[in-house]
Design a protein around this ligand. Sequence first.
Ligand SMILES: [Zn+2]
Length: 487
Amino acid sequence: MKTGKKILVAVLIGLLLFICFLFYNLFSYKSRQIKVATVKEMPVSESAFYRLASSLKIKTVSTESGLTMDSLEFNKFSDFLSTNYPLIDSMLERVVVNKYSSLYIWKGSNPALKPVILMAHLDVVPVLETELKDWTHPPFDGKIVDDTLWGRGAIDDKIGLIGIMEAVEGLLERGFIPGRTMYIAFGHDEEIGGQNGAAAIASYLKEKGVNAEFVLDEGGSIVQRMVPGIEKDVALIGVSEKGFVSLELMVDMEGGHSSMPNSETSIDIIAKAINKLRSNQFPAKLCPALEGFIDELGPEMPALNKFVFANRFIFEPLILDIYEGSAAGNALVRTTLVPTIFNSGVKDNVIPRLAKATINIRILPGSSIDEVINEVKGIIDDERIRTNKNDFYSEPSKTSTTISAGYRILNTSILEVFPEVLTAPNLVIGATDSRHFESISADIYRFLPIYINPENIKTFHGINERIAKRDFNSAVRFYSRLIQNCN
Ligand SMILES: [Zn+2]
């Protein structure tokens, strides 16, 4: 054979082997979903749903910092918990933190076991005056129509809080004693950063030397028809969350009359900087949480998707491309940056001295606020622009493992109550109170047992927030199973 032919044959054999290798990967890409034994469906008290309704009537609204909170309503909520959950009130220790947050301590029988922390927040976001008319039923009436409860807090996050309370009260009623100590932490200011609530509870626990097996907070949910290629509902367990920082960019330079403009004004400079930042995006990549998501759900997908995911090492650029195709997908694969405030000028014929813009940045785990700020300054590359970090920020979280006892307990409890779903780890885009607990536990998970689908996703912090009784009862069952499985 001629040398040229030999090379061609060698290349073809190599190619064939490579294709075999890709198919080998496909066929060895087996489902990683765990199987759990079915458990008898636990009855939930008929009145539980009405207690959730009553809790929505209490306007525990967190307003933007600077405005005073309605302390009367927060006190009312505190009393509501004492009166409606008498066993918890008499049998668990309750530590009140910064007046309105509560930490319940349910002593375990075995001090050798590490404790578990369940979290929820009792505050809700405000309802805009202008949107009141768009609500089918008023947001603070706790109205139940056809077994659906309407109101602010129905899914964020009073369902979590009341779900936990109902589960614990029910277990106490049945004489259940936990092996592990269970801490139940309810912050009162999650919607405005959690500094006085969850962060203060975490400091209290740290002072006591608490090191938890795992922490569970809101963040993930059961999504319906929202994972392309998967028909089944998917319970997403948040194993990490993005960081958050806002930067104010400011230029202060000579203004003047608009009849004789200089070649560059403060507005031009800020606009140029924003333009540069928007056209030089942070690189896309798969963070460990998303890799975990792909590994868990890839084998459940149709053949073509499965082939791509099974061979992530060569198809990663294609996978990233697909994610970048939608705003929601894009947010999962990169640190995002967007201008949210733009400010300059007061009069049509005056060139302003001052121009300002605020950019909001959501940081992918693995990076940091300092790293991102340096990058931003590098991209802007203009000494005339001053950059100031806003007071409210948070670093991206660490990534919790999926091979811990905590993850297994959580995964099992989900499947016991929702046997028809698939489960997978995921990255949480928003910030949760759990980020304040990183020094209390290595394993922080974010999951709220509610269904989120394209129809109800907008009700989150939006109009017509609501929950069906059946779904609320499942949430109570979930927390009950979880507590039992911890022990
Ligand atoms: Zn929330």
